[in-house]
Design a protein around this ligand. Structure first.
Ligand code: NAD
Length: 264
């Protein structure tokens, strides 16, 4: 018989209709967790996603379309997650957007949007979810940061600032919960083969008029020593470990999964 260590737990994953978030939903569902999905998709796509995840893993799945850049919508999201499947046990902050421009040309509204989605949203989900987790006597919070939570790059001021902020915020929450059965950790992926990243590399190939493989090699050569994308499922496996009973004393880490990028 398969052991499903998260059976009876309920997980909210923000931005789980695509990429890493969807892979995390798959991984936690496979461990038996009921799922509250979130992400900006139409109702029909959300329904299809819920049905297919639910059937595949035999868990209860719902979707809430909150835009996490609005604190009022985050409140409604946490409320819905706490009502779904008997209470919220696992919170994964993953929703993300990006914008690339030099600082002097960085639009102020994109700065605000990135900070809201990557950093303020995590502040709000955690502050609203924590009392319930403490009351239930068990909880896991995982924040999807980035290598850019550990090191910087040019032309991504808001993303780098938000992800560094998220790593710092993770440590604060880990310290504030250290004497409780609630843990808080961050995961810092390098280049993951999500639709967004694959699109970016394709655009680079198109711009330079070079084959896709060459654009990938160029992108990797300055970044990821492994030379390959990281699979979203592998990032999700790290998240699943951090949510497992065995990770009870893993607290406040920023776990890089980056093909050696930050080892240099
Ligand atoms: P993606 O574009 O595939 O998915 C992003 C998800 O966030 C989608 O479900 C989208 O609907 C949702 N979303 C965006 N804005 C939202 C909002 N305002 N409210 C609610 N949901 C919103 O992205 P991805 O590449 O899977 O990235 C997921 C996370 O992982 C992000 O936080 C990103 O910074 C981080 N990350 C990605 C990589 C990578 O290489 N792909 C590397 C490191 C970190």
């Amino acid at each position: 018989m398969t052991v499903r260590p998260l059976a009876g737990r309920c997980a909210l994953i923000t931005g789980s209709t695509s990429g890493i978030g969807l892979a995390v939903a798959e991984a936690l569902g496979a461990q038996g967790a009921d799922l509250m999905l979130n992400g900006l998709v139409d109702d029909r796509s959300a329904e299809t996603l819920c049905r297919s995840l639910g059937e595949r893993h035999g868990v209860r799945v719902a979707h809430h379309g909150a835009d996490v850049s609005h604190p009022g919508e985050v409140e409604a999201l946490i409320d819905a997650a706490q009502r779904h499947a008997g209470g919220l046990d696992i919170l994964v902050n993953n929703a993300g957007i990006s914008h690339v421009a030099p600082l002097e040309a960085f639009p102020a509204e994109r700065w605000d949007a990135l900070l809201s989605v990557h950093l303020s949203a995590a502040f709000h989900t955690m502050r609203l979810a924590l009392p319930g987790l403490q009351q239930r006597g068990w909880g896991r919070i995982v924040n999807i940061a980035s290598v850019f939570g550990l090191i910087a790059t040019q032309h991504q001021a808001a993303y780098v600032a938000a992800k560094h902020g998220l790593v710092g915020l993770t440590k604060v929450v880990a310290l504030e919960t250290a004497r409780s059965p609630v843990t808080c950790n961050a995961v810092c992926p390098g280049l993951v083969s999500t639709p967004r990243v694959l699109r970016d590399v394709q655009s680079r190939a198109d711009e330079l008029g070079i084959p896709l493989e060459e654009a990938k090699r160029m992108t990797m050569s300055t970044r990821q020593p492994a030379g390959e994308y990281i699979a979203a499922a592998d990032v999700a496996a790290v998240v699943a470990f951090l949510c497992s009973p065995q990770a009870a004393e893993v607290r406040g880490v920023a776990w890089a999964i980056d093909g050696g990028w930050t080892a240099r």
